[in-house]
Design a protein around this ligand. Structure first.
Ligand SMILES: [Cu+2]
Length: 184
């Protein structure tokens, strides 16, 4: 009897841990519940009140008079629309936050950006306790260094490596569960 109830507890704990891992990804609607992707929302205040973590998603919801340009820091600062990283005109638009670092978004229509329709998103690594970003760093859109050593001349494929990390984490979780059950 005792063994059965122990097993139930362990299974419950394992299931809870797995659910928490799944639920850890948060979808943020840009501008929050009382705002949106528009000129009237204080997007800077909204963004700085959130902690964006790798694996979260940004959801832009906007009307036909707006769009979403992802830009580099220079274009973010100057509201430059000439060389965006991406242009999205269909709402809703989801941007997965796949890596730690800073992302910059502006509206490319009319002069909405200079009216405040711009937002900087600081994405922190999932395992780190949200290190504060230094405002004095003079880098322009610095790519996040990956821990895996890459020989020169080799193509880097970050999506594959992050997918492998996820798979490895799942395998580790199941392996741990099996070990716990075997030790009963
Ligand atoms: Cu706009």
């Amino acid at each position: 009897m005792a063994k059965v109830s122990n097993m139930r507890v362990l299974l419950g704990v394992a299931a809870t841990v797995m659910l928490l891992e799944v639920a850890a990804a948060t979808n943020y609607t840009v501008g929050g519940q009382n705002g949106g992707w528009d000129q009237t929302t204080d997007l800077g205040t909204w963004a700085s009140s959130q902690t964006f973590t790798v694996g979260d998603n940004l959801d832009f919801q906007f009307g036909p008079t707006h769009d979403v340009l992802e830009v580099n820091k220079a274009d973010f600062d100057s509201c430059g629309t000439g060389s965006p990283i991406s242009t999205t005109t269909a709402s809703p638009a989801r941007f997965p936050l796949a890596a730690a670092g800073t992302r910059y978004f502006i509206c490319g229509r009319s002069n909405h950006c200079s009216q405040g329709m711009k937002v900087q998103i600081n994405v922190v690594a999932a395992t780190s306790p949200a290190p504060p970003q230094s405002p004095n760093t003079p880098t322009t859109s610095s790519p996040t260094p990956t821990s895996s050593p890459t020989p020169p001349g080799t193509n880097v494929k970050p999506p594959a490596s992050s997918a492998m990390k996820t798979a490895a984490g799942t395998l580790l979780g199941f392996g741990f569960l099996v070990i716990m059950l075997l030790s009963l």
